[in-house]
Design a protein around this ligand. Structure first.
Ligand code: AMP
Ligand code: GLY
Length: 427
C-alpha cells in the first residue's frame, strides 16, 4: 500500500521511519518532508497546509492511508476534505480537533464531562473589565492563555497581578496574537510534573503508547523560555501503571465518550498534556496530533506494526489491535539540537558537520527537524535542527549513548540541553 505523510519536522521523520518498517507498505510519500525523510520517502513540494493539492495527489496516486503530522491542516479541516473524497486519513476532523485549536472549547468540554483540569474562566474581547477584576481577585501565580493556535507562544505564567494585567492587555491588544487573542482563558496554576500521554483513538476505543516526558524550557534545569521541546524520553517512571489507569479512566475514556456524545467522534492521536499534581493527574492541554519531540521516542518504542494501528483507528477497529498490542520494554531518549537564538530569532543556512559519525552507533537515529540541502551540503533550516534518538534496555545508558552521538555533530551556534532524561532519576 501507498502512504502519504504530511509535514516536515522531526515528528514526521519519526513517522516515516516507523512506517517504513511495516511489511505492508510499498511506497511512502511525504509532503513537504526534509533531507532526512528524503532517504526513506519521496518528498513532494506541497506545504503541509496545501490541503486541496494534497487531496488531489492522494486521489490520483491511490494513496491507501494519509497521516497528518502538524495541527494546522487538522484545524483547517484536511480530514473532512479527504474523507469527503472517500480517502482514508489518520487524524481528527476539524470539529474534533477543536480540543486543540480552541482552549476555551477544551476547557468548557472538560467542565461538562468532569475531566480533571485547572479551574478557569474564559473572557471575550468585550469582557475585558470583568477579566481584569477576575485577575485582581485571583490567587497567584496565574496562567493566561490566548484561545487559538499560537505556535506555543500563547501561554504566559504570571507571578504578579501587575504582570497578569499587562499580559491581558497585550494578548487582547496586540496583533501578534492574531485571531488567537480573540478570547482569553485565565486559569489556576497547577503545581507538579508534566508528562505527555498519547492515545491512538478510533472514535470509541483507544490504545495508549509509552508515556513520555518533554523538556519544554530552553536551558538545563527547566530554566529560560518555553520552546517547542528540547528533548524527550519514554517511558517515564512518573506515569506508573496505576497512574496510567487513572489517566485512562478519568481522562481518556470520558474524553472519547464526551466527543462522541457531541457528535465529534475523536479519531487519530489524542495527546494529553498532563500535570501530575498532589491531587492526581490533570489536563494542562489537549493536542490533536503527536508531540514533537515526543514522537521521536514514542514511535521507535512501539512494538507492533504502526500502519496496522493507524488503519485500525480509521476503520473503528482498535479493539482488534489491542489484543495483540506489543509492549516494548526499551527506553528511548531524544536530544534536540537547536540553532543559536532559538526559541527567538535564529540564523539558517549554517553548514552541518559530523552526521556520518553517527553510523557507528547502531541504536541511534538522527531525526531531521530543520535541515536543508544547500550547494550539495547539509545545512540548518529551522530552530530545531535534529532530534538525536537513542534506544536501550537501560535508560542511563540510552542517555549516555545519545550524548556521545550528539558529540559527533557540530554546526556554528548549536545549542542543546545536557540534562535530557535526568528527571527520571529524581523519583
Ligand atoms: P499549553 O500550550 O497549554 O500546553 O501550555 C504550555 C506550557 O505552559 C505547558 O506545557 C506548561 O508548562 C505551562 N502551563 C500551561 N498551563 C499551566 C497551568 N495551568 N499551570 C502550570 N503550568 C501551565
Ligand atoms: N512537545 C510539545 C508539543 O508537541 O506540543
Amino acid at each position: 500500500m501507498k502512504i502519504l505523510v504530511i509535514g516536515s519536522g522531526g515528528r514526521e521523520h519519526a513517522l516515516v521511519w516507523k512506517i517504513r518498517q511495516s511489511a505492508r507498505v510499498t511506497k511512502i510519500y511525504c509532503s513537504p518532508g526534509n533531507p532526512g525523510i528524503a532517504e526513506l520517502a519521496e518528498c513532494l513540494p506541497m506545504t503541509a497546509t496545501a490541503c486541496e493539492g494534497l487531496r488531489d495527489f492522494a486521489l490520483k496516486e491511490h494513496i491507501a492511508l494519509t497521516i497528518v503530522g502538524p495541527e494546522q491542516p487538522l484545524a483547517d479541516g484536511i480530514v473532512d476534505m479527504f474523507e469527503a473524497s472517500g480517502l482514508n486519513i489518520f487524524g481528527p476532523s476539524r470539529n474534533a480537533a477543536q480540543l486543540e485549536w480552541s482552549k476555551a472549547f477544551a476547557k468548557e468540554f472538560m467542565g461538562e464531562f468532569n475531566i480533571p483540569t485547572a479551574a478557569h474562566r474564559s473572557f471575550s474581547k468585550e469582557e475585558m473589565e470583568a477579566a481584569k477584576s477576575y485577575v485582581i481577585s485571583s490567587a497567584l501565580p496565574l496562567v493566561l492563555k490566548a484561545d487559538g493556535l499560537a505556535a506555543g507562544k500563547g501561554v504566559v505564567v504570571c507571578a504578579t497581578h501587575e504582570q497578569a494585567l499587562n499580559t491581558l492587555s497585550e494578548m487582547i491588544g496586540k496583533r501578534g496574537f492574531g485571531i488567537a487573542g480573540e478570547r482569553i482563558v485565565i486559569e489556576e496554576f497547577l503545581d507538579g510534573e508534566e508528562a505527555s500521554v498519547f492515545a491512538i483513538c478510533d472514535g470509541e476505543d483507544f490504545v495508549t503508547l509509552a508515556p513520555a516526558q518533554d523538556h519544554k524550557r530552553i536551558f538545563d534545569g527547566d530554566r529560560g523560555k518555553n520552546t517547542g521541546g528540547m528533548g524527550a524520553y519514554a517511558p517515564t517512571p512518573i506515569v506508573t501503571p496505576d497512574l496510567m489507569q487513572e489517566v485512562e479512566r478519568q481522562i481518556i475514556v470520558p474524553t472519547l465518550r464526551g466527543m462522541k456524545q457531541m457528535n465529534r467522534p475523536y479519531k487519530g492521536c489524542l495527546y494529553i498534556g498532563l500535570m501530575i499534581t498532589a491531587s492526581g493527574p490533570k489536563v494542562v492541554e489537549y493536542n490533536c496530533r503527536f508531540g514533537d519531540p515526543e514522537a521521536q521516542v514514542v514511535l521507535p518504542l512501539y512494538g507492533g506494526d504502526i500502519v496496522e494501528l493507524f488503519e485500525a483507528a480509521c476503520t473503528k477497529n482498535i479493539a482488534a489491535v489491542k489484543a495483540t498490542e506489543a509492549q516494548a520494554s526499551n527506553f528511548a531518549v531524544c536530544v534536540v539540537l537547536a540553532s543559536m537564538g532559538y526559541p527567538d530569532e535564529y540564523p539558517t543556512g549554517i553548514e552541518i558537520d559530523g552526521l556520518d559519525g553517527l553510523k557507528k552507533f547502531d541504536t541511534v537515529i538522527a531525526f531531521h527537524a530543520g535541515t536543508k540541502m544547500q550547494k550539495g551540503r547539509l545545512a540548518t533550516a529551522g530552530g530545531r535542527v535534529f532530534g538525536i534518538t537513542s534506544r536501550d534496555a537501560n535508560l542511563a545508558r540510552a542517555i549516555d549513548t545519545a550524548y556521545r552521538a550528539v558529540g559527533e555533530i557540530s554546526f556554528a551556534g548549536m545549542q542543546f540541553r545536557r540534562d535530557i532524561g535526568r528527571k527520571a532519576f529524581v523519583h
